[in-house]
Design a protein around this ligand. Structure first.
Ligand code: HEC
Length: 151
């Protein structure tokens, strides 16, 4: 008789333990999902919320972007190697197009508010500066960056 009670108690406590565990997992789900939503956007902070890219590169934009890069960015960036800032090669694979344009147009706020840009500032220890480029010019530079990564 006593054995039955003990067995029943063991089963009961096992069941209670299970229920507790389930509760714990359900309560921890909402915050995790919320982080995924805000962190999963990855378009950065700035004026660009959406960019439409075509599969085919636009040659005039690539050329214009190349010239702008040489004039305004090459003091700190090289294509193939780390310099004052990161190597440009592969950036279109690492980041979303919107993020890249926001980094070009709004670098100060990006390094303050965007977690990835913050991390880069921590690594490179130099604040990227806004180079007086318009949104169209930033779009051309993005096309040039895409041409680098297509090769
Ligand atoms: C004063 C030096 C400087 C200039 C000028 C500069 N950058 Fe930067 N750039 C940096 C640094 C340093 C970082 C890393 C973030 C930080 O520390 O601010 C960076 C980050 C970036 C990133 C992100 C790279 C990655 O791996 O995610 C892009 C894209 C970029 N710069 C593009 C440009 C473009 C385009 C221009 C010209 C319009 C430019 N930068 C001008 C220094 C510079």
């Amino acid at each position: 008789m006593q054995k039955t009670i003990i067995t029943a108690l063991i089963i009961l406590s096992a069941v209670a333990g299970c229920t507790k565990k389930e509760e714990a997992t359900t309560t921890s789900t909402p915050p995790a999902a919320a982080t995924a939503t805000t962190g999963g956007g990855d378009i950065g902070v700035g004026p660009v919320s959406s960019v439409t890219l075509e599969a085919e590169l636009k040659a005039d934009l690539v050329k214009n972007g190349h010239d702008l890069f040489a004039a305004k960015c090459a003091a700190c960036h090289k294509v193939d190697e780390r310099y004052v800032g990161p190597a440009i090669k592969g950036v279109t694979e690492r980041r979303k197009p919107e993020w890249i344009m926001n980094m070009i147009l709004n670098p100060q706020e990006m390094t303050q508010k965007d977690p990835v840009a913050q991390e880069l500032l921590g690594e490179y220890m130099t604040q990227m500066t806004f180079q007086n480029v318009t949104q169209d010019e930033a779009r051309a530079i993005l096309e040039y960056f895409r041409s680098i990564d297509k090769k």
